[in-house]
Write a protein that binds this ligand. Structure first.
Ligand SMILES: C[S@@+](CC[C@H](N)C(=O)[O-])C[C@H]1O[C@@H](n2cnc3c(N)ncnc32)[C@H](O)[C@@H]1O
Length: 271
């Protein structure tokens, strides 16, 4: 039932912890490049505390760690943290709610937030918390994945919408809304990836369908099992009709990295 899955104010990822990485197809070299950009931009070394807020399975943290950054990851989902730990040991992972981070103010040399604010009803509170734990002049980094679509996934979401089993995200509507809020706090927002992160991935159709079969996207977690099974049946039918039942699907993805700097005076006035 929806109320068991979507707790007030946030979405639990426990149910997809073991397939999350397979649904988020960012190439390892891109993740590594993102980690290097952050390390160099914030001039971080292993003794500088850096927070990955909402670390998930550690997609970004493990590359920050491997690049010598003193990264700490937090997430509300124990299952996601366990998954992160099983992929990479060696850096701290702490179960915590982004609404109330268990860290003193001005602890971190930088904070990274990727792919979370759309899930948080109180996303402004989460940003306030991230800013609270930043040292004066330390940057906040925000990452956005935009692509990650292909015609099969498009039909999947189209069907889910038509059947009323796709709900709107409860959090921030867009990165522009997030940036506007940060600017209202005197943050200046700059894109720092140079437009470099775009890729195409081939995925075997049976693998994509078996992922979709497990209802991996939070927008559809309200769907009952029978409703989702019906959707999958219809998806396969439409794929045949549209000539998409080929052995391999192409998935295009892109990622942008943004830096938010706060003026010392503004930050000093923070809680
Ligand atoms: C879509 S995943 C993104 C994970 C990671 N940042 C990445 O890009 O791979 C969203 C994560 O936010 C976590 N999350 C959701 N609400 C949260 C909250 N209130 N406090 C901490 N983590 C939360 C979920 O458990 C999940 O691991």
């Amino acid at each position: 039932m929806a109320s068991e899955i979507i707790a007030p104010g946030y979405v639990s990822f426990d149910r997809v912890a073991n397939l999350y990485e397979a649904t988020r197809m960012v190439p390892a070299d891109t993740l590594d490049n993102v980690a290097q950009i952050i390390r160099e931009d914030a001039r971080l070394n292993s003794s500088d505390p850096f927070l990955d807020a909402g670390v998930g399975t550690g997609r970004f943290s493990r590359h920050l760690y491997r690049n010598g950054v003193g990264v700490i990851g937090t997430d509300i989902s124990r299952a996601m943290l366990e998954q992160a730990r099983s992929i990479q040991e060696g850096f701290p992972l702490i179960q915590a709610n982004l609404y109330r981070l268990p860290f003193a103010s001005r602890t971190f040399r930088g904070v990274l937030i990727v792919h979370i604010l759309h899930l948080l009803e109180e996303w402004r509170t989460a940003l306030d918390e991230a800013i609270r734990v930043l040292q004066d002049d330390a940057p906040l980094y925000l990452g956005y994945e935009t692509g990650r679509r292909n015609p099969v996934q498009d039909i999947y979401f189209e069907l889910a919408t038509q059947r009323g089993i796709r709900h709107r995200h409860i959090g921030a509507d867009s990165k522009e809304e997030v940036f506007d809020y940060l600017r209202s706090l005197d943050g200046s927002v700059t894109r720092i990836d140079g437009g470099a992160f775009q890729w195409d991935i081939d995925i075997k159709t049976h693998r994509l369908l078996s992922l979709l079969d497990r209802n991996p996207f939070s927008q559809c977690w309200n769907a009952s099992e029978p409703d989702h099974a019906e959707l999958m049946k219809e998806l396969k039918k439409r794929m045949e009709e549209r000539g998409l039942a080929t052995p391999v699907q192409k998935i295009r993805g892109d990622f942008s990295l943004w830096k938010v700097s706060f003026h010392r005076a503004a930050k000093s006035g923070a809680k």
